[in-house]
Design a protein. Structure first.
Lengths: 408, 163
């Protein structure tokens, strides 16, 4: 680091100048809040010494939209659409925790068919979210093609969601005790087509990336962290599983219908960026497995079949388990009974929780969100200490933080 | 032996892997494009699409809305839908003012779900950009569909006829 020692020939204009000895060798650099690689608005105050990062301090809050406070001024149904924005890459999970929290408080029953629809949509959403991570992670490391391929396949999932819910990212589809409409005819077939197609695509991704020598150099042995540290920081999801802990809510505490399908929980061994990459790629394959089984097992089958059976006067087709909601509630006047519950699910980034207190009024008394990204971000300074500056994007990308979920 | 040396060699294995990646990438050249030439080719949207809001009318073009304000009450954006109404001598509702600020709407579809007479609905129209915010505040005339259009909408969306 060199600095000009001679006096400036021109006198500086009047103003306040920082008199700081920058010869000490350490330099403070601000990354963000507007930086393409921070995937949102995150500011990282980085102290670097040459190329080596000495300290890093994340500054959050740029995307705070007071989602928790909003719950207290809106009725439950009125609040529901805004939940999509808590974490917009996997909005079905946010809706699922909120809706199940209320269902548990009010004792609303969800028909089996709708539980399967929820499971299929959540798994598709997990793939979409991991795909976006895959594209941007590799883009940060300098690979451009995976980004386009990931967006192409994500688009297919989004058109499925658009047929089902009418929106591509902000779904507002689940309702207390079910969903707002049944699947369109032929939707399940579309989901199966996507699975067949994506199976080949993911092989292509792996052919391009998994053994690529440049990618290996940038990720193997980078950002190594052991499981104890991660658990101490409350890190969950693929980041924790990359360090060898098979902690997955879907297996340990099966919600929805996850106990009726078989799947594996992929874990890594070394806890470096490469293992976290492998875990997420394997998870997409597991999600495909779950979707295939769910489509095979869904009660009632395709909507076209069900409608035909209903038209023919088949009594069994009008069973409560095949309806779109277990109990019709009046969304305008609905008051949840007083109660308090905490629900967590396994979102693409880890444990996503909603702590809901209702007090018998149409509004929630308190709605607290536990986002996985917030805890996951806390290990970033630890992982970055002493690493080279270019590793920042590899490490930050590999823990897959999404900023709206941090700030809420 | 020589083969093993070659396999363990980082340079050769790296070259093999890069070759494999290039092969996969170049295969894409022969595939049909997946993008849409957007302004010329419109995307194929489903019936459930959350687009611009509209007010359906009866077949003869008169107001279908009964002014119950259910839509305004479930809207997450407070005060976005503004309705003023009175009842005429025959106690029939007359809508004086019905405005929706599309610039603030989040296209959630809550309002369409609670309407008791299936009056407020969503169209497939998503090209709403305009030069001023005021132009996005739609009044009753801007929102309403004509009688024939409403009938067509009800037909394609499987809603009951309203006369
Ligand atoms: S779509 Fe949602 S935000 Fe828009 S007017 Fe209807 S309820 Fe309000
Ligand atoms: S809910 Fe329907 S009928 Fe009632 S005010 Fe709104 S548009 Fe009119």
């Amino acid at each position: 680091m060199s600095m000009a020692t001679e006096q400036p020939t021109q006198s500086l204009p009047q103003g306040v100048y920082l008199e700081k000895d920058i010869d000490a060798g350490e330099l403070t650099v601000n990354i963000g809040p507007q930086h393409p690689s921070t995937h949102g608005v995150l500011r990282l105050i980085t102290t670097i010494d040459g190329e080596v990062v000495r300290d890093i301090e994340p500054v959050i809050g740029y995307l705070h939209r007071s989602k928790e406070k909003m719950a207290e001024s809106r009725s439950l149904f009125q609040y529901q659409p805004t939940i999509d924005r808590v974490e917009y890459l996997s909005a079905f999970f946010d809706h699922y925790v909120f809706v199940t929290s209320l269902e548990q408080i009010a004792g609303l029953k969800v028909p089996k068919r709708m539980q399967y629809v929820r499971m299929i949509t959540m798994e598709l959403n997990r793939i979409a979210s991991h795909l976006l991570w895959f594209g941007t992670f590799l883009l940060d490391l300098g690979a451009t093609s995976p980004m386009f391929y990931a967006f192409r396949d994500r688009e297919k999932i989004f058109s499925l969601f658009e047929q089902l819910t009418g929106a591509r990212m902000m779904y507002n589809y689940y309702r207390f005790g079910g969903a707002n409409a049944d699947m369109p005819e032929g939707w399940l077939e579309g989901a199966l087509d996507f699975c067949d197609d994506f199976e080949q695509r993911i092989d292509e991704y792996e052919a391009i990336v998994t053994k690529n020598p440049i990618f290996l150099d940038r990720t193997v042995g980078v950002g190594v962290v052991d499981a104890e540290t991660l658990i101490a920081h409350g890190v969950t999801g693929p980041t924790l599983r990359g360090s060898g802990v098979a902690l997955d809510q879907r297996k340990d505490n099966p919600y929805c219908c996850y106990d009726e399908v078989t799947f594996d929980v992929p874990v890594g061994q070394n806890g470096d960026c490469y293992d976290r990459y492998l875990v997420r790629m394997a998870e997409m394959r597991e999600s495909l497995k779950i979707i295939r089984q769910a489509v095979r097992q869904i009660p009632g089958g395709d909507t076209a079949d069900l409608m035909r059976r209903r038209a023919e006067g088949d009594e069994a087709a009008n069973d409560i388990e095949l309806q779109i909601a277990g109990q019709k509630i009046n969304l305008l006047t609905y008051k949840a009974p007083p109660g308090e519950v905490m629900t967590t699910v396994e979102s693409p980034r880890g444990f996503l929780g909603c702590y809901l207190i209702t007090d018998g009024t149409p509004k929630a008394y308190r709605c607290k969100w536990r986002g996985a990204s917030f805890s996951n971000l806390t290990v970033l300074p630890l992982l970055m200490k002493g690493r080279l500056f270019p590793d920042l994007m590899a490490i930050f990308g590999s823990i897959d933080v999404i900023l709206p979920e941090v700030d809420r | 032996m020589v083969f093993n040396d070659l396999k363990d060699n980082k340079v050769t294995s790296g070259m093999v892997e890069i070759g494999r990646g290039l092969k996969t990438v170049s295969q894409h050249m022969l595939r049909p494009p997946v993008t849409l030439e957007y302004p010329e080719v419109m995307p194929d949207l489903s019936k459930r699409f959350h687009g611009r809001l509209t007010l359906l009318t009866k077949s003869d073009g008169s107001d279908l809305c009964i002014g119950c304000k259910a839509c305004a009450r479930v809207c997450p954006c407070v005060d976005l839908i503004q309705i003023e109404m009175h009842r005429d001598s025959a106690k029939k509702p007359v809508i004086d003012r019905f405005t929706i600020d599309m610039g603030r709407c989040i296209y959630c579809g809550n309002c369409t779900e609670v309407c008791p007479v299936d009056c407020i609905k969503m169209l497939n129209d998503f090209e709403l950009a305009d030069y001023s915010r005021q132009a996005l505040v739609l009044d009753k005339a801007g929102l309403s569909l004509s009688g024939e259009e409403s009938d067509r909408y009800r037909q394609t969306h499987g809603l009951e006829a309203q006369v």
